[in-house]
Design a protein around this ligand. Structure first.
Ligand code: SF4
Length: 260
C-alpha cells in the first residue's frame, strides 16, 4: 500500500449525485479495493500507477471551516473513498472534519463499510440530522472476501446494530446488488431489527471492473456467466427491470422502507 500525505485547500465539493448537494472525501483512493468499485476513475484523476486499493492519499489541510451552505442541504461523506478505512484510525482526518462540521445544521449522510465509525459515535450523535449507510451485498463472507479486501459482514452488521442502539438512523445499502447472487430477502430478514431503511443499488460495470467481475463469475460461477454476459455485454436490462418490480412488491408487502 502506497500512502502519501497531500496538502489540500478544501475537502468539500459540489455534488452531481441525485439528492446530494455536497460530497466530503477525506482520502483519495480506498484500501477496501472492491472489485466492482465505481470510483476507480479517481486513480486516473490523481495520476496514480498503482492498482485501485493499493494507494491512499491522505488529505492534510490546515483549512478551517467558518461557514458552509446549510439550508436544506445534504452532505455525503464519502462518495469516492471509505472515510472509515483502516488508516483513518491513525490519521483521524474524518474525525477532524466531523468535529468542524458538527457546529453546522444540515443533513449529513455517512457511508462506510467499516466498524471504525463507532469510534466517532460521540461526535455523530451531536449532529441533528444524520444517517449512516452501511453497504453489504451478501451474508456470505467467502464471497465478500473475493470481492472486497476489508471488513467482515458480521462486523458491519454489529456496527449497524450499535448505531441503531444509539438512536442513529441506519440505512442498509444492498450494494452492489449482484445478479443471481445477492439474496436480498435473507439480508432483510437478518437485519430488519436494526436497519431503518434499505437502499438497493444494482451492479453497474464499466471498463476494468467489468473485465474483472466477468472473469470472476466465469472462474467461480460458470453457470451464471451467460446471464452476466447478457446483462453486461449485451446490455439486456430485463433481469433488473423484473427484479425492481419484485423488490418493490416485497418491500410494500412487508412494510419495509426502501429506495431503488
Ligand atoms: S468501499 Fe466504496 S469507494 Fe472503497 S473500494 Fe469499495 S466501492 Fe470503492
Amino acid at each position: 500500500m502506497k500512502i502519501k500525505e497531500i496538502n489540500v485547500n478544501r475537502f468539500i465539493a459540489k455534488s452531481n449525485i441525485e439528492g446530494i448537494d455536497f460530497v466530503v472525501n477525506s482520502y483519495v483512493g480506498c484500501p477496501n479495493g472492491c472489485m466492482f468499485c465505481y470510483a476507480t476513475f479517481m486513480k486516473n484523476l490523481s495520476s496514480h500507477d498503482e492498482e485501485w486499493g493499493e494507494f491512499l492519499d491522505v488529505k492534510i489541510t490546515g483549512y478551517k471551516l467558518r461557514s458552509v451552505s446549510v439550508r436544506n442541504k445534504t452532505y455525503l461523506m464519502s462518495s469516492t473513498t471509505d472515510c472509515y478505512n483502516k488508516y483513518e484510525e491513525q490519521y483521524m482526518i474524518t474525525r477532524n472534519i466531523l468535529s468542524q462540521l458538527v457546529k453546522f445544521d444540515f443533513n449529513l449522510i455517512i457511508a462506510t463499510r467499516n466498524k471504525l465509525i463507532l469510534r466517532d459515535l460521540d461526535l455523530i450523535k451531536e449532529f441533528k440530522n444524520v444517517k449512516v449507510v452501511m453497504s453489504i451485498n451478501t451474508l456470505d463472507d467467502n464471497l465478500r472476501e473475493c470481492l472486497e479486501k476489508e471488513s467482515p459482514i458480521s462486523e458491519r452488521l454489529d456496527t449497524l446494530k450499535e448505531l441503531k442502539k444509539n438512536k442513529i438512523y441506519t440505512i442498509l445499502n444492498i450494494s452492489p446488488f449482484l445478479p443471481y447472487l445477492t439474496d436480498y430477502k435473507k439480508i432483510i430478514e437478518k437485519t430488519k431489527d436494526f436497519a431503518c431503511e434499505y437502499h438497493f443499488e444494482f451492479l453497474k460495470l464499466r471498463d476494468d471492473a467489468r473485465r474483472k467481475v466477468l472473469k470472476f463469475i466465469n472462474d467461480n460461477y460458470k453457470d451464471l456467466y451467460l446471464d452476466y454476459a447478457k446483462i453486461y455485454l449485451l446490455n439486456d436490462n430485463t433481469y433488473f427491470d423484473n427484479l425492481k418490480i419484485e423488490i418493490e412488491e416485497y418491500c410494500l408487502n412487508n412494510n419495509i422502507k426502501y429506495k431503488i
